[in-house]
Design a binder for this molecule. Sequence first.
Ligand code: ZN
Length: 409
Amino acid sequence: MPPDATLLIRGGLVFDTAGRSFRAADVRCAGGLIEAVLPPGEGGAAATVLDAGGAFVLPGLIDCHVHITSAGEAASLNTMVHETPALRAWKAAEHARRTLHAGITTVRDLGAAERLNIDLARAIEAGVVEGPRMLAAGLGVTMTGGHGHGFIAREADGPDEVRKAVREQLRAGATAIKLFASGGVLTAGVDPRSPSFTQEELTAGVEEAHKAFRVVGAHAQATDGIKNAIRAGVDSIEHGVWLDEEALALMLERGTYMVATLTAPWAMATHGPDEGVPQYMIDKSNAVLEDHARSFEAAVRAGVRVAMGTDQGTPLNRPGKNAQEILRMAEHGLSPASALLAATAWAADLLKVPAGRIEAGKQADFVVLPRDPLTDLSALADSDAFTAVVKGGSIVRAAPRENSIGGTK
Ligand SMILES: [Zn+2]
């Protein structure tokens, strides 16, 4: 949006983060930011008017854990390793477009081969590719033979090497950092119940990231890996499959976020057998599924901070379908309003980005829906029905209603 461009969203029901409810208001935007939230009818004139016509206006959604360069094919690892970087880049541009059009206006990409995520973020920033705002980790950092090695992670051993590996990502332009604190589901021969980096290694990585003001996400499924990561000071635990009382207490004490990615094992366990996901992945998914849900529910009950993340790009976890995680979080203990906050305000707090709330000074990113998501969260997953998606004050897409978007006043 040019600095002097103005947008008025008129006649909508606007989500009030503090009140956890919708209220009638007009939203004025200028230069890509929200300028004011005003009583209905007091929005004045603007170069572009989006007539919301009683629709529900939410902040753009934020997915704190994606691998946007992956389509989420059944055998996504093969694609990641065997397709040429150029082909993957062309595909990634399409994934980014789909993600944005589904109302996801910000993502954090936690690992891509050849650091394609950093280049994609730059292409989007430059306006060459249509997509969400991206924080990109480059490659994740894992121990030799650890989860992610050979596709989305660089191996490192010992605190000094971990430090260097993080510095390499920063040098390449990473705007987030990913560390692997335990085994995982997708890497053959790696047990998700085993911790990986030591606490000292994780501490070195976190120090380097935080020195550069980058947020750190730790892949952590195993209980000891989770605790090592929290004690090392990571900002978010990704997956958090096996949380115990001590881990929950540590998360509360340190303010560590839980980014559960409930969709990842769910998609594999539910659709994997029919769609050709490798058997070892399905077996490992089934093994984590119930414990994962139980841990998430325990985290919610304990009052741990939660932010939405899908792990989009894992098998059958497709770009543009990200909002299904909101439904899943609500199935496992979050109220509908809290699930919305986890995908907006709380996610923005974790990522330290000026988004996720409809208030003056925040980025003018919105999803406008015809149905009330607090009554039925599935409205968020029905992106075909969206009234509009707005990023940085520019209308990305709008429902083809002739009179809904006027040129003036
Ligand atoms: Zn991931």
